[in-house]
Design a protein around this ligand. Sequence first.
Ligand code: NAP
Length: 331
Amino acid sequence: MAESFVLNTGARIPSVGLGTWQIEPGAVSDAIYAAVKTGYRHIDSAVAYRNQEEVGVALKKLFEDGVVKREDLFITSKLWPGNHAPEDVQEDIGSSLKDLQLDYVDLYLIHGPIRIKKGTMFIPENLIPTDIPATWGAMEKLYYAGKARAIGVSNFSCKKLQDLLAVARVPPAVNQVECHPVWQQDKLRKLCQSTGVHLSAYSPLGSPGSPGYSGPSVVSNPIVISVAEKLQKTPAQVALRWGLQLGQSVLPKSANQTRIKENFDIFDWSIPHDLMAKFSAIKQVRLLKVEFAVHPKSGYNSLEDLWDGEVEYEDERTENQDHSDFLRCFS
Ligand code: NAP
């Protein structure tokens, strides 16, 4: 099994990346250092995770200690939703590069089809409609300037990806989306495969326990557990390996050194065809619905609108959920 996938730029994206959302302040450096020592060569970061400076400190130490060179790593960052205006995009990557202590990122993503007013907090009252073609034009300039070796999007539905592909001079290299056995994204995966856009799977373990997530768990899903028992692997390893075998990179987050190693130990075995087939029986639920973006000011009138129909109807638990913790992660 490939330890990397080829992007439409010709560059390779390592198939397992360390997620950094919600790694506690003070724990980021140790997690990244442990991950790179384990063999990870791909780190997923974002200004929205509010720990990019620490990511930068960890990278500097890895380079200074001679553990890896810059060119050995694949570093992703993402555009802050308040900096979608074309004239703000260059400054946005500049501040991420400063935090990361890098000259370029390997991948820079529009974090989502969600925008807020410049200089404001990430709360529903500050939402404004996006203008993705204009923002993408500025992303293309970063690509031409070499500040981002690849550019892409995140949280784009099939329709939003097709709309972008229709106007892009530089096609997106990646669409980073929620993807795991409980939300398999079959339609989007087929579109990505047919258009040469790499699908990168965030929350590949279903983000157990995260604020804003709802619905069934991935690592306690009975089918995932039964496959894991048959292969004598953990449910997390099976969920990650399932993603690799479908051709997508996976971005598990862990701040725990044992689980960081466990999540990387997925290359010298595989899920046989008959067991892969069992995943098609899992009921499909989008866990991160991003309900707060449905607001008169965002231009999204419903979840159907936001996700262009790629979401099941909300269940009772979701409707009653308090999203304040999730919003705090971004504010
Ligand atoms: P995830 O990776 O699916 O799950 C992380 C959770 O699983 C943590 O609580 C972690 O706890 C636990 N965990 C890790 N390894 C485990 C294992 N082997 N067995 C059991 N539990 C395990 O969730 P995520 O952080 O939401 O997603 C991963 C990354 O994707 C993020 O960190 C971020 O980089 C990216 N992301 C991007 C977007 C976007 O909008 N583009 C949205 C969400 C996430 P411990 O730390 O204690 O191990």
